[in-house]
Write a protein that binds this ligand. Structure first.
Ligand code: NDP
Length: 264
């Protein structure tokens, strides 16, 4: 299937590892140019170098914190300077939390709100007008199954990801008239270095291997009995970016190995 993505310009927040990097690789393999954003400059430089070596596309890295007030503007400015604008925006940067509602201070709620919701709001304001001028585009939000089916230890993550899904729906309604399609993806368990780091820390000095610990999580939660490889999530993102998904507007797709226990 020709996904008709050759020469498109894609902006990916959190594109240096995990799902974001897999999406970057998937889009580059289809011939899209990339603008990756993350905070760790050293890792960003290395990833940009590797992608440029592997794929015949233009790749820039923008070191910025998308949760900061000026982060989205910095990213959008760099994209305009290099490419003149963007056709695709993937709001992917995000991270889990661990707290109780009764003990978490306001600052913690605000930090996750800024990372999961305001970054997407500010990037829409900064990038969508240019997309419209180019004739249209695609904006995708990487939320989580936790937006619908909460995990007990991370209420702030659950709440802010649920807000991101609703934001995605509202933005879809507002932008489809400009030929900009907005959708969201809710992954389940995805094997990233972060999961492995946590598993290693929790099993250090115990009889249990970190691999066995992660298998236990998969067995307990995902009927498929395993974590997803990031590329399995990225493939859906890449398809949703394509004009071949031209009638997909304002939807949220679960990629969770059967973990969601309801029909919605
Ligand atoms: P990782 O922790 O592996 O990667 C996160 C990426 O985001 C990194 O590139 C990181 O780079 C970047 N990032 C984090 N914070 C910021 C920030 N403030 N500004 C700019 N960049 C930032 O994440 P995953 O691949 O696991 O997850 C990606 C998304 O998918 C997240 O939104 C997550 O909530 C969601 N998700 C993940 C699941 C999983 O099982 N892994 C399941 C469901 C949803 P740097 O640190 O250099 O800034």
């Amino acid at each position: 299937m020709d996904l008709q993505l050759t020469g498109k310009v894609a902006v990916i927040t959190g594109g240096t590892v995990g799902i974001g990097l897999a999406v970057a690789r998937g889009l580059a393999a289809e011939g899209a140019h990339l603008a990756l954003c993350a905070r760790d400059e050293r890792r960003l430089r290395a990833v940009v170098h590797d992608l440029k070596t592997e794929f015949p596309v233009r790749v820039i890295g923008v070191a910025a914190d998308v949760s900061a007030l000026d982060g989205p503007a910095k990213l959008a400015g760099a994209v305009t300077a290099e490419f003149g604008g963007a056709d695709i925006l993937i709001n992917n940067a995000g991270t889990g939390s661990d707290e109780t509602i009764l003990t978490a201070p306001d600052e913690r709620w605000q930090a996750y709100w800024d990372l999961h919701v305001m970054a997407a709001v500010r990037l829409a304001r900064a990038i969508a007008p240019g997309m419209k001028a180019r004739g249209g585009g695609v904006i995708l939000h990487n939320a989580s199954i936790c937006a619908t089916q909460p995990l007990g230890y991370e209420p702030i993550y659950n709440v802010t990801k649920a807000a991101l899904v609703m934001f995605s729906k509202c933005l879809a309604n507002e932008l489809i008239g400009d030929n900009i399609r907005v959708n969201a993806v809710n992954p389940g368990l995805v094997m990233t270095p972060d999961w492995q780091k946590t598993a290693k820390a929790l099993t250090a000095g115990t009889d249990r291997s970190w691999e066995d610990y992660l298998q236990g999580i998969a067995d307990d939660n995902a009927p498929i009995g395993r974590f997803a490889d990031p590329a399995e999530i990225a493939d859906l993102f890449v398809f949703l970016c394509s004009p071949r998904a031209g009638y997909v507007v304002g939807s949220t797709y679960y990629v969770d190995g059967g973990w969601l226990r309801t029909t919605t």
